[in-house]
Design a protein around this ligand. Structure first.
Ligand code: NAG
Ligand code: NAG
Ligand code: NAG
Ligand code: NAG
Ligand code: NAG
Ligand code: NAG
Ligand code: NAG
Ligand code: NAG
Length: 384
């Protein structure tokens, strides 16, 4: 290879390292449906502001102005957006959609980007013990299951409502798991088709199987085929789809323990090689760790890894949200140490994870330049 070409390629590889989207997951719109004895229908439709809430609009400005992020991932529940009486599809509960839309527009009017996150594990109809309960979307052996076509119609409707809002990002689905990987691909493709058929051109992020874990990307997870064997087959007519990854740093990657021993760079290596092979980009929309010295180090390595590898275009940490109280979304062995919500406190009144993890560790690693305007894209857009 001529020297000039080689050096051009090297330059291109290093110059391309760029995070365009950085921020926080806002959890809460999916709350209030858990039932310890799996009573189907618990918390549906639920009461806004009591059982569930999307985000506190006044924290959006705190996040943008004081914490310098530009991306919020907003979780919602499919059984609330599309009540089971209607079925999954184009018909929404407009009251629930209205509350969700208030949250999305609070973010996008402030100039930031909003990831729409159906938090349903590729399941629909029984969220009472998610991620376990509910019929897998597109399971043709299950008469109660919503079909892949219904899922396409749902996305066609939702994307159509946002096709003129350039600051939206479509997150196809939170954490598919325990299903054929071919069906994850099939449903993801249907969602992409539905979104593009609506005329929407914004960034789409598509999950794999195994809770879309980075560390299992190219290995078998729960006996299902590796995501790596299927997900490169996704086709987006305008090539604006990235891969959506979740990756925790604790002992079993669950985000439930306070001990960190999983090296993000080591565990993401296979995924990163795969992304390079297929010239794909990824966004890590869930990661997190406890407030201890060991985790601080693993978390720092994780964010630095995303910031310096050009295959990664964005990240959101798990999680903020207005109704966590002292409960913790991540990594504390069930101890109530608070959340990433600004002002969050632990149950003993000491500083919550917003202070002890976000401000102490993650905030320092937020890239100085993030996308400021223009349509969400795998190629980013104007920064300052
Ligand atoms: C919203 O956030 C602001 C700023 O942190 C806080 O003062 C207020 O109490 C919050 N409201 C709710 C309902 O959580
Ligand atoms: C739609 O949502 C509202 C607000 O939660 C609720 O009162 C209503 O019952 C819901 N409708 C259906 C059909 O679920
Ligand atoms: C839960 O209820 C939904 C809607 O009524 C139904 O489709 C589904 O089969 C039920 N799930 C179970 C496990 O009974
Ligand atoms: C699909 O449905 C059948 C029949 O209910 C069930 O046995 C099978 O486990 C389901 N598959 C998945 C991936 O859930
Ligand atoms: C999308 O990418 C494929 C494969 O690289 C290429 O053939 C196609 O022309 C691209 N389409 C657009 C609209 O850029
Ligand atoms: C992390 O800890 C778990 C549980 O103790 C253990 O199974 C696993 O092998 C450890 N992993 C590493 C990379 O040390
Ligand atoms: C996954 O990727 C890693 C790193 O490239 C490699 O060592 C491993 O063999 C791969 N596994 C599979 C199943 O492809
Ligand atoms: C961090 O976590 C520990 C428990 O591991 C807790 O005792 C401590 O108070 C927390 N808060 C701060 C500010 O370190």
């Amino acid at each position: 290879m001529p020297f000039s070409l080689k050096s051009t390629l090297l330059f291109a590889a290093t110059a391309a390292a760029k995070i365009y989207y950085a921020g926080v997951a806002e959890s809460g719109g999916e709350f209030g449906v858990y039932s310890s004895d799996a009573v189907n229908g618990t918390g549906l439709p639920g009461t806004f502001g009591v059982d569930y809430a999307f985000l506190n609009a006044s924290t959006v400005n705190i996040w943008i102005n004081q914490n310098h992020i530009n991306t919020f991932r907003i979780a919602f529940l499919l059984e609330r957006m599309c009540p089971r009486e209607y079925g999954l599809g184009r018909r929404f509960n407009e009251t629930y959609f209205g509350h969700f839309n208030d949250a999305v527009t609070a973010v996008t009017k402030a100039g930031a980007y909003a990831i729409l996150d159906p938090h349903n594990y590729m399941r629909y109809n029984d969220p009472s013990q998610q991620p376990a309960t509910g019929s897998v979307i597109g399971n043709t052996s299950d008469p109660a299951a919503a079909t892949t076509l219904q899922f396409q119609h749902f996305w066609n409707e939702l994307a159509g409502r946002y096709k003129n809002n350039k600051h939206v990002i479509f997150g196809i689905m939170n954490e598919p798991h325990d299903m054929p990987t071919s069906l994850v691909l099939h449903n993801d493709q249907a969602a992409i088709n539905g979104i593009r058929n609506s005329g929407a051109k914004q960034l789409i992020i598509a999950p794999g199987n195994g809770y879309t874990g980075g560390h299992v990307w190219n290995t078998t997870s729960q006996g299902d085929a590796p995501s790596a064997d299927y997900l490169y087959k996704l086709r987006d007519p305008i090539n604006n789809t990235a891969i959506d990854i979740h990756e925790y740093l604790d002992t079993d990657f669950s985000g439930q323990h306070s001990v960190c021993n999983q090296s993000f760079p080591a565990n993401m290596y296979g995924l990163t090689q795969w992304l390079k092979t297929y010239q794909l980009k990824a966004m890590v929309t869930e990661f997190g760790a406890d407030n201890n010295t060991m985790c601080d180090q693993y978390l720092t390595e994780a964010v630095q890894y995303m910031n310096k590898n050009p295959e990664y275009i964005g990240w959101t940490a798990w999680a903020a949200g207005p109704i966590w109280g002292a409960s913790s979304p991540c990594c504390t062995d069930q101890r109530a140490l608070g959340s990433l919500e600004p002002g969050s406190l632990a149950s003993d009144g000491s500083p919550g994870l917003y202070y002890t993890v976000w401000l102490k560790v993650i905030e320092k690693l937020v890239p100085k330049q993030l996308q400021k305007s223009g349509i969400s894209s795998i190629h980013g857009g104007p920064c300052e």
